[in-house]
Design a protein around this ligand. Structure first.
Ligand SMILES: NC(=O)c1ccc[n+]([C@@H]2O[C@H](COP(=O)([O-])OP(=O)(O)OC[C@H]3O[C@@H](n4cnc5c(N)ncnc54)[C@H](O)[C@@H]3O)[C@@H](O)[C@H]2O)c1
Length: 363
């Protein structure tokens, strides 16, 4: 059970002010961990981090991961048992606008995290989060496996593929078999859930538009993605970290975390499903789609490796995923003061669903 591993443990999370990172620290707090966060300020206003009062009860460092020495100092001070590295420039469009800082943050920043781990002299299990976009996407109908080629037709995707190469090389070069620090990488994508207000992501676009009674504009209605609730990959990261701490064979291994194969749905289907939970909704197609940016049409992950080695699989279907997401935003727009409770309740509900399905990490 996750509490057995994380209660009273020192856990360092980079990117804790972001969408996924703030859900992760909420969950770690619920598991009784001693949480330290390293990030820049929340990337959006509003943000899940601020709305749910996440700064309470954690050590909160605002450090740029491009600053290697400052980052290493936090690692040495924290002496973490577990590390989750999520800090990144996470948006494809922003990566076209500023490729240099995207590569600096996503590639050099990851290298700095690896170097900070190298400076530790203690047992530590580290999960480094890249993306499903790290793969060379040839738009085929099969799910990508962890052994498939890295690639990336845009600066963000390439930075994630490059981060994977740096991780693999650093593990081979500096963290040999028997190393006290164990490292694995995690590749997930297209996460939805309450508290995301990032630019040019479809669910934030919907809730921003609909909460102001305006129509949402769909850019790529036919693109299909492995949509999953944010708690699904987070359960994978937590589970991977605990097994990495106990099983040396997982050191150096990458893992995909995605929904079950039949959960690939188009943007239009996602918006349609979301609209069932909102009173005033409308959408229209963007008349002139933005052709300056590459947008893949099809992207699937094969998650057999996580199932085999971690007994992990996603537990929620598409309709429940969208319902939980919509419920969070409805609560936020009706009563923002109560949103920390909603977050905690959704984490508990998610763990209950996983327990009912007999997943070992939840029992
Ligand atoms: N959200 C998704 O659908 C998705 C899909 C695939 C992969 N990911 C990956 O998951 C991770 C988290 O994504 P997210 O959606 O929560 O992103 P986000 O933009 O909401 O949060 C990014 C976090 O990184 C921090 N950060 C950015 N630049 C930094 C820097 N130079 N120094 C220190 N901190 C910095 C921000 O302050 C924030 O805390 C990222 O690595 C992202 O690439 C996300």
């Amino acid at each position: 059970m996750l509490t057995d591993y994380f209660a009273d443990k020192s856990v360092l999370v980079t990117g804790h002010t972001g969408f996924k990172g703030s859900w992760l620290i909420a969950w770690l707090n619920q598991l009784g961990a001693k949480v330290t966060g390293v990030a820049l300020d929340p990337p959006t206003t509003p943000s899940h981090f601020m709305a749910a009062d996440m700064e309470d009860g954690i050590k909160d460092y605002r450090v740029d991961i491009r600053d290697r020495e400052a980052l290493s100092r936090v690692f040495l001070k924290t002496q973490p048992d577990f590390v989750f590295h999520l800090a990144a420039q996470a948006l494809v469009k922003s990566s076209y606008e500023d490729p240099i800082s995207t590569y600096e943050t996503n590639v050099l920043g990851t290298l700095h995290v690896l170097e900070a781990l190298r400076g530790l002299n203690r047992s530590c299990a580290a999960v480094i989060i890249t993306s499903d976009k790290c793969y060379d996407n040839v738009e085929w109908v099969w799910g990508y496996r962890e052994t498939d080629a890295m690639g990336g037709p845009d600066p963000y995707s390439a930075s994630k593929g490059a981060a994977e190469l740096v991780i693999r090389s650093h593990i081979k070069s500096y963290f040999p078999e028997g190393s006290k620090v164990r490292i694995a990488s995690a590749r997930a994508g297209n996460v939805i859930g309450g508290g995301d207000w990032a630019k040019d992501r479809i669910i934030p676009d919907c809730v921003k538009a609909w909460s102001e009674n305006v129509s949402v504009q769909l850019r790529y209605p036919n693109s299909t993605r492995p949509w999953q609730h944010v708690l699904e990959p987070l359960s994978g990261y937590l589970n991977l970290a605990t097994l990495l701490a106990t099983n040396p064979d997982l050191h150096g291994e990458p893992f995909n975390f995605g929904p079950q194969a039949q959960q690939n749905h188009s943007v239009a289907e996602l918006v349609q499903e979301m609209s069932r939970h909102w009173d005033q909704v409308s959408w229209n197609l963007l008349e002139q789609p933005d052709n300056t940016h590459h947008e893949s049409g099809l992207l699937k992950l094969n998650c057999d490796k996580a199932l085999h080695y971690l007994q992990w699989h996603a537990v929620m279907g598409f309709t429940d995923t969208v319902e939980m997401t919509a419920a969070w935003y409805r609560d936020f727009y009706h009563d923002p003061e109560s949103i920390a409770v909603t977050t905690r309740e959704q984490i508990s509900r998610y763990m209950d669903i996983a327990r009912e399905q007999g997943l070992p990490w939840a029992l």
